[in-house]
Design a protein around this ligand. Structure first.
Ligand code: ZN
Length: 302
């Protein structure tokens, strides 16, 4: 089972082919992308990172995430509210003036929520258009997070809301986050769970596989272990990110039935609301048995 591939989480060369998928979520190309699963730690990773990954991020990629004249607005707002409530729960009541960095800040939806809560938000965003939008809410560095110039030991909290799995060197990014956090600062990482029931069931059709943009999907215990080696202590692993998890099941069903065509924020709002209700039930069920579609890990810099 030894192969030419080595696991980007634990380094093991033992792996097997997990799935071969196409870009169901954005339909930016018709290419196939293969993923492996590490035998040692369960991490799922892409065999070959596409040379020009930016061509797999169509212009609409970030647009659907935020305010396009009502399209998808309710969904995005619900998601941002879910995120901020989790952060406030972990940070405690007194968040006024706290410095928080959102890595992969998209179009600034979460930064806006942080600002509303009285925090001082900062952003890092790869897309120039996204970074421009984010600057409405705080200071933003555009480009590669690993090359960003934020001050060391500056932040009270750093968040990766479904951005870590997009980075070619995810653990260099968490190490950088460690250097930017104040001692005792909190790291929030929300990512898909390769051990989830929806991941195992849908595999190549799994919407959270998001080929080829997702490069690495790390199981919660393995992520916690690797972060421990970098000087973090995991304080919680929350499998009830209900909006992400219900979306994962709903979109995977559509992928399986070949009912999608690079859509994301489009569609009949009433049908979407109904879908959210229907798919929340299995999403909560898989979380209850510890196999949620995505998870939020919170870790403290020690
Ligand atoms: Zn591994």
């Amino acid at each position: 089972m030894a192969s030419d591939f080595s696991c980007p989480a634990c380094g093991s060369k033992r792996s097997s082919r997990w799935a071969t998928s196409i870009d169901y979520n954005q339909a930016a190309s018709k290419e196939e992308f293969s993923y492996r699963k590490c035998v040692a730690c369960g991490t799922v990773y892409i065999e070959k990172v596409p040379a020009d990954i930016s061509k797999h991020y169509p212009t609409r990629y970030s647009q659907y995430r935020f305010f396009r004249k009502g399209v998808g607005e309710a969904e995005v707002m619900a998601l941002e509210r879910e995120k901020i409530s989790k952060v406030l729960k972990a940070l405690g009541n007194d968040v006024k003036g706290k410095k928080i960095l959102d890595v992969g800040s998209g179009q600034g939806g979460f930064m806006a929520e942080c600002k509303n809560a009285g925090m001082e938000p900062f952003g890092n965003e790869f897309s120039p258009d996204g970074a421009k939008k984010c600057r409405e809410f705080g200071e933003v560095e555009q480009g590669d997070f690993l090359k960003s110039h934020f001050n060391r030991e500056f932040f009270d909290a750093i968040t990766f809301w479904h951005s870590l799995e997009h980075l070619p060197n995810a653990f260099a990014a968490t190490s950088k986050a460690h250097s930017l956090l104040k001692p005792g600062g909190l790291l929030f990482i929300a990512v898909p769970n390769p051990e989830s029931l929806q991941g195992r069931l849908f595999k190549r059709f799994w919407a959270h596989l998001d080929a080829p943009r997702h490069l690495i999907l790390v199981p919660p215990m393995e992520l916690s272990k690797r972060l421990g080696e970098q000087g973090f202590r995991t304080t919680s692993i929350d499998q009830f990110m209900n909006d992400y998890n219900a979306w994962g099941i709903g979109m995977s069903v559509l992928n399986l039935l070949h009912l999608r065509s690079g859509m994301s924020g489009e569609g009949n709002p009433a049908l979407k609301a109904l879908g959210r209700v229907i798919f929340t039930i299995p999403a909560v069920a898989e979380s209850l048995v510890g196999k949620g579609g995505t998870y939020l890990l919170v870790a403290k810099k020690v």
